[in-house]
Write a protein that binds this ligand. Structure first.
Ligand code: ADP
Ligand code: ASP
Ligand code: MG
Length: 422
């Protein structure tokens, strides 16, 4: 009997009625002759609400306790979905991440899955039950503590379980009809993509397209697991994320899509002495705090002063910590001043056709210029060009670039079925 792994996101489980609707869908999949293992996220914006609650009792909660709190969201969903399935006359068993055998490293808040030992899941499936697993969580191999996988982590749980169970398909159900050429909440004329390469989706996810978590795409690539992203609110065929067999897909368009990201801030270290070792010292101090940086720009030094400015972007959530550590080494490094700016946005254009088509950057920059949007930073990879703009210009920038590359759909608006976009 085929084995299907399905994942339902928070927007698909927002309230009791949604849970009943999802339960019906799961039971139908089972009745169609499949074994079904389901991964669930926390209901609606529960995770954000739990984070707000933690923040209200402590500005800097212990990581262990924060993970204990956050995993409760997914546990509520798993039990409620199981109950709703029982109410439809079918039998379901829910399991926490730990019970499901999701083994992680010991980094709270962004743990990595290092192994999946799904013995209990297989047993329950063999006994004829539908299995419901709480996403986004696991248990540390070393510390035996409960961990969470980072925001959007249920996507990764689903792919990891699908790979471990050798499932026939991994379906990710969300509040839009699949992966689009841009976020449909910002670009209503975005076009649904039927098939996207894993490599391109990886760049899209890394650039802020949160429809799939980056780690989930990486995991799928490593295990050769195809993903079908689709809506839980419709029965339309969604988007397949697939692995090319080495050679490029000749029919693939030059540009896959435009992603945007508002989660980063920019730090400028002003008046850095233009001499060997300065950049090394700055980024060593940041790295020692386990902070990941994204883009880096260093200006040409002013001849008169022999000093330069270094700007870099990093997650907003790490911004204050980075400023504190740089302030603490200011005397040692001898720079003049620090500027912190969290009003930035990043736009990324992604497409594997960029490798063989020159002029992509020129078209991108022209589209922004024609819309009066200033570019503050630029970075590129083989199949991506990213620019930093003002936060309040980002939506316009995304729409302008989307149009300039001919990505707008001729027919109708992309449907956003639910979710708050939070
Ligand atoms: P879920 O709760 O199902 O995990 P998410 O909110 O994490 O859903 O992801 C779905 C959302 O991702 C969509 O509602 C959409 O706003 C956003 N999104 C961003 N970029 C894209 C894209 N290129 N295609 C589709 N959705 C996108
Ligand atoms: N509930 C978690 C989050 O909101 C995990 C997930 O939804 O995938 O990030
Ligand atoms: Mg998600």
């Amino acid at each position: 009997m085929p084995l299907v792994v399905q994942k339902y996101g928070g927007s698909s489980l927002a309230d009791a009625d949604s849970i009943k609707r999802v339960a019906r869908r799961i039971v139908d999949t089972r009745k169609a002759g499949n074994r079904v293992c389901v991964v669930v996220s926390a209901m609606g914006d529960t995770t954000d609400e739990l984070l707000d609650l933690a923040d209200a009792v402590s500005p800097d909660p212990p990581e262990r306790e924060l993970d204990m709190l956050l995993t409760a969201g997914e546990r509520m969903s798993m039990a409620l979905v199981s109950m709703a399935i029982a109410n439809l006359g079918d039998s379901a068993r829910s399991f926490t991440g730990s019970q499901a055998g999701v083994i992680t490293d010991d980094v709270h808040g962004r743990a990595r899955i290092i192994d999946v030992t799904p013995g209990r899941i297989t047993e329950a499936l063999d006994a004829g039950h539908i299995v419901i697993v709480a996403g986004f969580q696991g248990v540390s191999q070393n510390t035996k503590e409960i961990t969470t996988l980072g925001r959007g982590g249920s996507d990764t749980t689903a792919v990891a379980l699908a790979a471990a169970l050798k499932a026939d398909v991994c379906e990710i159900y969300t509040d839009v009809d699949g992966i689009f050429t841009a976020d449909p909440r910002i670009v209503p004329t975005a076009r649904k993509i039927d098939r996207i390469t894993n490599e391109e989706m990886q760049e899209m996810a890394a650039s802020g397209a949160k429809v799939l978590m980056l780690r989930c795409v990486e995991y799928a690539r490593r295990f050769g697991m195809p993903i079908h992203v689709r809506s839980s609110f419709s029965h339309r065929e969604g988007t397949w994320v697939y692995e090319t067999q080495g050679e490029d897909d000749v029919e693939a368009p030059i540009i896959a899509g435009v992603a945007h990201d508002r989660s980063e801030a920019k730090i400028t270290v002003v008046g850095v002495s233009d001499s060997p070792g300065q950049a090394a010292s700055i980024f060593k101090a940041i790295a020692e705090q386990q902070i990941n940086i994204d883009m880096i720009v260093q200006n040409v030094s002013a001849i008169a002063t022999g000093r330069t400015d270094v700007s870099f972007t990093l997650p907003k959530t790490d911004g204050q910590r980075a400023v504190r550590v740089l302030q603490s080494v200011k005397a040692e490094l001898g720079f003049e001043q620090l500027q912190y700016d969290d009003q930035i946005g990043k736009l990324s254009l992604v497409g594997s056709g960029m490798r063989s088509h020159p002029g992509v950057s020129a078209t991108l920059f022209q589209a922004l210029a024609d819309s009066g949007i200033n570019i503050e930073m630029i970075s590129t990879s083989e199949i991506r060009v990213s620019v930093v703009t003002r936060d309040d210009q980002l939506d316009n920038a995304v729409r302008a670039v989307h149009t300039a590359f001919g990505l707008d759909a001729a027919d109708g608006e992309a449907v956003v079925y639910g979710g708050s976009g939070r």
